[in-house]
Ligand binder design. Structure first.
Ligand SMILES: [Zn+2]
Length: 281
C-alpha cells in the first residue's frame, strides 16, 4: 500500500485578512490544521528542546553562545515555534542557524519567516538549497509533479552542506547526515548532549517515506531507490540515544534489540519493500 499520509488534495496559499507578512500566509492542506496544533515545548536532552507543533517537529539546540533551530514547519507554524522557544526560556534573537531536513512545504514552509524575524542563517543539503531558494519541490523529487500546488515561501540565502559537514555554535557542533530518498538533498542532523560527564548522542531524523505523486514509480528511478536504501543503512548505524523525527508520530519507540533510529530505519525499509512490491503488481 502506498503511504498517502498527506498528499490527497490540492493546497492553496490564502492571504490573511490581517497585514501579516506574506511568508506567514497559511498553507492549506488536508492535515495542516491538525499538524499545526499548539503543543507545549519539552526537553529532549540536556541541550535540546522540542519546540514544534503537534505533528511537525522543530527542535532547538542550546549553547551558551547561541541557538540552532532545526525545521520550521508550515508558514503558520513560525509564530508558534518562536512562542515555544520563548516558553522554553530562550530568546529567538539568539537563533544563529536554522537547519532544514528537506525542502517540502510542511518542514521548510516556516523557515523564511523565522529567518526574517530572527536574522538567523539557513543551511540545508545541496539539493535542498535548490528547493528552498525556489520555494518548491526539487525537479527530481518524487513529489515534483505537485508543481505549484506544493509551493512554499522561498528562502533567499541558504548555505549548502554535504554529508559530514558541521555547523558550530560555541561548544556545540551539529553534523549533517545525508538522507536523500524521500526528497533530494534531505538531511538528518546529529549532535551530542553532555551533562555531569555523561554524553548522549542526539539525532534529528529526516523523513524516509517513499511518497510520490500517483504517476511516479520508484521502480523507474533506481537511483532514488538506491539513495533511500543507503540513507536507511546510514540511519540504522548512527549512535542514537535520543531521537526525534521530522514527523514525530512516525518515530517508533526503542525496542529491546534496536534504538529508535534503528527501529525507524527498519520501518522505512519495510515501507520501501512494500512500495516496490505494489508497483510490480
Ligand atoms: Zn516531505
Amino acid at each position: 500500500m502506498i503511504l498517502t499520509f498527506m498528499l490527497t488534495a490540492a493546497w492553496s496559499s490564502a492571504p490573511l485578512a490581517t497585514n501579516r507578512p506574506a511568508d506567514e500566509a497559511p498553507i492549506r492542506c488536508p492535515r495542516c490544521d491538525d499538524w499545526n496544533a499548539r503543543v507545549e515545548p519539552y526537553r529532549l536532552a540536556d541541550n535540546t528542546w522540542y519546540v514544534g507543533t503537534k505533528g511537525l517537529a522543530s527542535v532547538l539546540v542550546v549553547d551558551a553562545d547561541g541557538l540552532v533551530l532545526i525545521d520550521g514547519g508550515l508558514p503558520q507554524s513560525a509564530t508558534i515555534i518562536l512562542d515555544n522557544v520563548r516558553k522554553a526560556g530562550f530568546d529567538p534573537a539568539k537563533i544563529r542557524w536554522i537547519l532544514d531536513s528537506h525542502a517540502h512545504y510542511d518542514h521548510a514552509g516556516g523557515i523564511a519567516a523565522i529567518a526574517r524575524i530572527t536574522g538567523a542563517q539557513v543551511a540545508a543539503g545541496r539539493n535542498g538549497v535548490i528547493g528552498l531558494t525556489q520555494g518548491r519541490n526539487h525537479p527530481d523529487d518524487p513529489q515534483a509533479g505537485f508543481g505549484d500546488a506544493a509551493r512554499f515561501p522561498s528562502v533567499s540565502r541558504v548555505r549548502a552542506v554535504d554529508d559530514g559537514d558541521t555547523i558550530t555554535v560555541g561548544h556545540t557542533t551539529i553534523t549533517a547526515v545525508a538522507s536523500p530518498g524521500h526528497a533530494p538533498g534531505g538531511m538528518s542532523w546529529r549532535w551530542t548532549s553532555c551533562h555531569d560527564g555523561v554524553c548522549r548522542a542526539v539525532v534529528y531524523l529526516d523523513s524516509l517515506n517513499p511518497v510520490s505523486t500517483d504517476d511516479y514509480r520508484f521502480t523507474d528511478h533506481p537511483d532514488v531507490v538506491n539513495a533511500l536504501r543507503a540513507t536507511i543503512d546510514r540511519i540504522a548505524a548512527l549512535p542514537c540515544d535520543v531521537a526525534m523525527a521530522a514527523h514525530p508520530d512516525q518515530l517508533p519507540a526503542a525496542t529491546a534489540t534496536a534504538t529508535s533510529c534503528k527501529a525507524y530505519a527498519e520501518a522505512a525499509s519495510e515501507r520501501l519493500r512494500k512500495r516496490l512490491e505494489s508497483e510490480r503488481h
